[in-house]
Design a protein around this ligand. Structure first.
Ligand SMILES: [Zn+2]
Length: 173
């Protein structure tokens, strides 16, 4: 890990203990990003060109089966991940609780430009209820044909909470 990242982590209160306990992999930030459609909140989103091409195919195939897949979030920089954690700390949330939900900056799959958070019309974004939607059933059945897989199933080995909305394109750019 480079010194720059380490000092950003220390500024958040993330220390060697947190890093040792972290079962996530460290990722480089994707440098080759392309713009996708805006997300469900109208924000600009970017991802790797490979992920974009797979996402378009996935979304089109879902639409053919009357499933509407919506983008919630794609690429996130290390700095943005720091910001998310800072915001929660300022609200008084406990760091170890935050780290069950938010990856340590440098360890988020969203840095790769390959990970997408998805939603559908009848569900609150980033909520476990997503698993009850027909969109989730469809993804479980079909996402692998479009090279997407769910990264954090229930009781995953990475120690993250269950994230039925988080799908990653497996074709590396
Ligand atoms: Zn995610």
């Amino acid at each position: 890990m480079n010194v720059q990242l380490l000092s950003k982590l220390h500024a958040l209160g993330i220390n060697e203990c947190h890093l040792r306990a972290c079962k996530l992999l460290e990722y480089e930030e994707c440098k080759n990003l392309v713009r996708s459609e805006n997300d469900m909140f109208g924000r600009v989103q970017r991802m790797s060109p490979t992920a974009l091409s797979c996402w378009h195919k996935l979304k089109r195939a879902a639409a053919k089966d009357s499933i509407e897949l919506l983008l919630v979030s794609a690429f996130r920089s290390i700095d943005y991940q720091c910001e998310l954690i800072t915001r929660k700390l300022k609200k008084g949330e406990d760091l170890s609780t935050i780290l069950k939900v938010n990856a340590i900056p440098g360890f988020s799959e969203h840095h790769t430009g390959q990970a997408l958070d998805l939603n559908t019309t009848e569900c609150c974004p980033l909520s476990e209820e997503f698993e009850l939607t027909s969109a989730f059933d469809w993804l479980q059945e079909n996402a692998s044909h479009y090279k997407f897989s769910m990264s954090f199933p229930r009781n995953n080995i990475r120690g993250m909470v269950y994230e039925p909305w988080h799908w990653t394109c497996q074709i590396r750019p």
